[in-house]
Design a protein around this ligand. Structure first.
Ligand SMILES: [Zn+2]
Length: 110
């Protein structure tokens, strides 16, 4: 069965700076390193880090614990505006009809 996740289109992009609004990492900020638009989730650098125990293999030569960033729901993070901080994304169209993301609070381009 195909999951119905058409509620909202992904607005975040790789490289966006975001702040976490919900979950164990509330208040943390980081850069979006991956966008998983199918599941409406993003991976944010340093957020929702899971400690993975790694067994020693021939390839790694070393056993230990590695940090892995796990996906967070896109609705649980807010993009950061240089002026207002966490905000919502709006859109405008430039002269050429190109869609540009804007801050819903101050109207600046994001
Ligand atoms: Zn703003």
């Amino acid at each position: 069965m195909k999951a119905n996740v058409a509620r909202e289109r992904m607005k975040l992009r790789k490289g966006d700076r975001v702040r976490v609004l919900k979950g164990k990492d509330v208040g943390k900020e980081g850069e979006v390193t991956r966008v998983l638009s199918d599941s409406n989730r993003v991976i944010v650098d340093g957020v929702n880090v899971a400690k993975k125990h790694q067994r020693q293999t021939r390839a790694t030569m070393q056993a230990g614990i590695i940090d892995k960033d796990m996906p967070v729901d896109a609705s649980n993070v807010a993009i950061l505006c240089d002026k207002c901080g966490p905000t919502r994304i709006g859109y405008r169209f430039d002269a050429g009809g190109k869609k540009i993301r804007t801050c819903k609070k101050c109207g600046e381009d994001l």
